[in-house]
Design a protein around this ligand. Structure first.
Ligand code: FMN
Length: 349
């Protein structure tokens, strides 16, 4: 299957779905410029997903991607969560605030989510991608019958093989360098931490699926390197955060544009799953010795978002989920269409 031809792309480039940061306007601008724009609906309700899909469609007639979280359903763990909230109490107190009394599952997984599946089948986006795991067989069949091309993140050969067995059409090889949440299917299993180069090559050779390379790719030279490794396209997230069409707040943009971009770190404490973030006050807090185990994903994120809101209310932006990959210092703050044109030009040079 020629993924690029099927999606009608003129640049072998996917703007990564970025929950909380990507927007319909960003996705539409990227798609309109010849790449594949993505929206992330994993944190939205089915109605929110329908609204965002309609917004992309209203802005461009070109193909786009809709991303979902397919993690294992979250089991509340009251004792562990109470200890975690207690450990965060002093951080909240710095901003005259208190942690939430109890954690909530702030968004459900796509797994078993019949209403979200119905929203996707009804709207039939050209591409649908999954992070943190794979959809159930019935969802794969329904989405394929609706004409959707299916993509899934894989951080290892084992995950890529599972994607192939599940009927996924192409795999996003997410290297250790990548910004945002690691797509590992089981966050409690050992993580081989493969870098983008080794993982892309491995999946090209052995997964049996077309491979999209992701992690640390910031410019046309990086995209070309990914193609040289045998990838059919590159997926770039961090490169698009500084676009005016993104939802990144001022503190995030300022950090990305500063020397702070030279330091990213993998942090569990913000959401309950490992994610690569600009080193900031939250990641420093996460390294405090003697912290109890972090509450499970996404329940920990309820507290993480509350702490950021409390800090922001007092003018401190350093507790944000400032996800970014290792290529962050190469970020360029350009409108998305200009950035895609620049990337295409660099790739062709
Ligand atoms: N991947 C997803 O599949 N779904 C998401 O919602 C998602 N959110 C992200 C948010 C941000 C701000 C970033 C930087 C990445 C996110 N990712 C998400 C990971 C990307 O799909 C991709 O793996 C990553 O951006 C590639 O690395 P790079 O950021 O170095 O380009």
């Amino acid at each position: 299957m020629d993924l690029i031809a099927r999606l009608g792309l003129s640049v072998p480039l996917i703007q990564a779905p970025m929950a909380g940061t990507s927007t319909p306007a960003l996705a539409a601008a990227v798609s309109h410029a010849g790449g594949l724009g993505s929206i992330a609906v994993g944190t939205l309700s089915p109605d929110g997903a329908r609204r965002d899909i309609a917004a992309v469609r209203a802005a461009t007639g070109r193909a786009f991607n809709v991303n979902l979280f397919a993690h294992a359903p979250c089991e509340p763990d009251p004792a562990r969560e109470a200890a975690w909230l207690d450990a965060l109490r002093p951080a909240f107190a710095q901003f005259d605030a208190r942690p939430p009394a109890a954690l909530e599952t702030i968004y459900p997984t796509f797994t078993g989510n019949a209403e979200m599946l119905a929203a996707l089948v009804d709207t039939a986006p050209p591409a649908v991608s999954f992070h943190f795991g794979l959809p159930e067989p019935a969802a794969v069949s329904a989405l394929k019958a609706a004409g959707c091309l299916l993509l899934a993140s894989a951080t290892s050969l084992a995950e890529a093989r599972l994607a192939r067995e599940a009927g996924i059409d192409a795999v996003v090889a997410q290297g250790w360098e990548a910004g945002g949440h690691r797509g590992v299917f089981d966050p409690d299993a050992p993580d081989g931490r493969l870098g983008t180069m080794a993982l892309t090559r491995l999946l090209v050779a052995q997964s049996g699926l077309p491979v999209i390379a992701a992690g640390g790719i910031m410019d046309g030279g990086g995209i070309r390197a990914a193609l040289d490794l045998g990838a059919v396209a590159a997926q770039l997230g961090t490169a698009f955060i500084a676009c005016p069409e993104s939802n990144a707040d001022e503190a995030y943009r300022a950090a990305l544009a500063s020397n702070a971009a030279e330091h990213t770190t993998m942090v569990h404490a913000i959401s309950g799953r490992p994610a690569r973030c600009l080193a900031n006050r939250f990641t420093a807090l996460a390294e405090t010795p003697g912290l109890p185990p972090v509450a499970p994903y996404p329940r920990a994120y309820h507290a993480g978002k509350a702490l950021n809101a409390a800090a922001k209310a007092k003018g401190e932006g350093g507790f944000g989920a400032q996800w970014a990959g290792q290529g962050a210092p190469l970020s360029r703050a350009l409108p998305a269409a200009e950035l895609v044109a620049l990337l295409a030009g660099e790739l062709a040079a």
